[in-house]
Design a protein around this ligand. Structure first.
Ligand SMILES: Cc1cc2nc3c(=O)[nH]c(=O)nc-3n(C[C@H](O)[C@H](O)[C@H](O)COP(=O)(O)OP(=O)(O)OC[C@H]3O[C@@H](n4cnc5c(N)ncnc54)[C@H](O)[C@@H]3O)c2cc1C
Length: 488
């Protein structure tokens, strides 16, 4: 899996001394650890390689003379079939990869299952991933409360290059205030990863593989899980993620990324967000790989995938109301309140939004791209959300509708990037005040003519017609042929 050759693989000792940075870890619950075993509770970073939390759990187990095992909570609030399909297929690969390294992988149902797993494994320590989102924090708190007094809980930020709490200890105003803080710390944190070591033996009572097919069948038949069709333009899993990263660096997209990433018709973006979101690819691995390339795209990609992405984590970490108007800056909230009763020229219900039933071809095309492909182009995401603000009865409705649609249909939804993208569009987060106008107040406005000036609107609209699903525009001709053959 790793792109490193065997001779370059750092040894375990070097990992401890040189590559592991203690600032990546926080102790959530301390205890005088008497037991040797360690459980890694994986949730945001669903990969076997390039994973600091997994590596840390392994290092602690080796240090104590015990073994490390991994557990994962399968059911998560608000995921659709589309998300489960992508996640489960990725996890099946993680399980196989871990078993190859004699690391047991257990699927549990909830936070109580994590506690039970730690007890069953006789663990003295649980290591977990970091996520700034509410549900993750709540389950972390539940696990901390449930663990016996003599079991510690440590949290490792395996998602960010610069750990979120190191990047900044406060809510940042915007990219301009966090950029230098992150960039200054990159030489320290943007390091190579050590390899996961094979354990001497798989811990007892394992060997039985999780039945992924039955789990997916159970999810498909559940009336509580939204039946949104899985995507087929992007193969899940670590291996596919590395291939996608490699393709982005070599097929010409990185070269044009700086100039063309805001053109929804240009094939210029990385499409790596599904992998980042499910933790199937480490943003640090992507940054290392891209840094080894040449051209203006390198700086632009690091700005997006490191600075902007980590800024989103910063907002969700330090602003508990990241998904409500209470989380807006004072100027933005005041301005939106002042214009709340302004007449909406096109008032739309959530249902009309969901059905792509607006008066405007461009917006409808964007909504269709979201529903069918599960990923809207980054520029269109901004436009799409600005129009939801313009056509919703109130800003509160706009925020709720945009989050509802994004989380339900986006393969990378329920992510800090999504909450911040919506917050930027609707409540001016990380932005500044603009010329005051109806409905928007001082929130930045976007309009159709601006899009016409920027890109070929007709071409984009034609790509997402009402009655067909040409998700094939994501592929080159060769891949299109293969996908078609597979489908038929
Ligand atoms: C209304 C709205 C909703 C959004 N919803 C999501 C979402 O649900 N999930 C999600 O991951 N992103 C979301 N974004 C942010 C951004 O649009 C996506 O990250 C990007 O389109 C992902 O596609 P890509 O991987 O091809 O990006 P690329 O352009 O190739 O960028 C590479 C990576 O940089 C990061 N990145 C790029 N743009 C941004 C940004 N504006 N803010 C933070 N990080 C960024 C992402 O991790 C991305 O994968 C949203 C933005 C808006 C305005």
């Amino acid at each position: 899996m790793s792109t490193m050759s065997a001779s370059l693989v750092p040894s375990y000792n070097r990992v401890k001394k040189a590559l592991w940075d203690e600032a990546r870890e926080r102790t959530l619950k301390s205890a005088s650890a008497k037991r040797k075993n360690v459980v890694y509770w994986m949730y945001r970073d669903q990969r076997a390689h390039d994973n600091w939390a997994l590596l840390r759990a392994q290092a602690l187990a080796v240090e104590r003379g015990g073994t490390m095992s991994v557990c994962f909570v399968l059911f998560k609030e608000g995921l659709s079939l589309r998300h489960y399909d992508f996640m489960l297929r990725g996890l099946e690969e993680v399980e196989a990869e871990l078993l190859k390294h004699k690391v047991a992988f257990e699927v549990v149902r909830d936070a109580a299952g994590v506690v039970a797993e730690a007890q069953a494994r006789d663990a003295g320590c649980v290591v977990c991933d970091f996520s700034p989102l509410r549900e993750s924090r709540a389950s972390r708190d539940a696990v901390a409360r449930g663990l016996p007094v003599d079991v510690e809980l440590r949290e490792v930020d395996a998602h960010n290059v610069v750990p979120a709490w190191v990047a900044s200890d406060k809510l940042e105003v915007g990219a301009r205030t966090i950029r230098k803080k992150i960039n200054d710390k990159l030489p320290r944190f943007l390091t190579e990863f050590p390899e996961l070591q094979s354990q001497p033996a798989t811990p007892p009572s394992d060997g039985a593989r999780f039945d992924w097919r039955s789990a997916l069948a159970e999810i498909k038949s559940s009336s509580e899980i939204p039946n949104v069709a899985p995507i087929d333009w992007c193969d899940p899993g670590e291996r596919a993620a590395h291939a996608a990263l490699d393709a982005f660096c070599t097929d010409g997209r990185l070269e044009i990324f700086a100039d063309k990433r805001n053109d929804p018709n240009a094939n210029a973006v990385s499409n790596l967000s599904p992998y980042f979101h499910f933790g199937q690819l480490s943003p640090q691995r992507a940054a290392l790989r891209v840094n080894g390339c040449k051209g203006a795209g390198v700086k632009a990609f690091i700005e997006e995938s490191v600075v902007r992405r980590e800024l989103a984590d910063n907002f969700c970490l330090y602003q508990p109301n990241y998904d409500s108007l209470d989380g807006a800056a004072r100027w933005a909230r005041d301005s939106l309140e002042l214009h709340e009763r302004d007449r909406r020229e096109h008032a739309m219900s959530r249902r009309q939004f969901e059905d792509a039933n607006s008066h405007e071809d461009l917006w409808n095309a964007a909504q269709r791209q979201l529903v069918r492909a599960g990923k809207m182009h980054g520029f269109m995401r901004m436009y799409w959300c600005k129009k939801i603000l313009e056509w919703s009865p109130t800003p509160v409705d706009a925020l709720a509708t945009a989050i509802y649609l994004n989380d339900k249909y986006s393969i990378d939804g329920k992510d800090p990037n999504g909450y911040v993208g919506v917050a930027w569009s609707v409540m001016g987060t990380h932005d500044m005040g603009w010329k005051e106008r109806p409905v928007f107040g001082k929130i930045r406005y976007m309009n159709y003519n601006g899009c016409v000036r920027k890109f070929d609107v007709k071409r984009y609209v034609a790509a997402w017609p009402a009655n067909a699903g040409p998700i094939d525009i994501f592929f080159d001709a060769e891949t299109r042929k293969k996908k078609k053959a597979r489908r038929s």
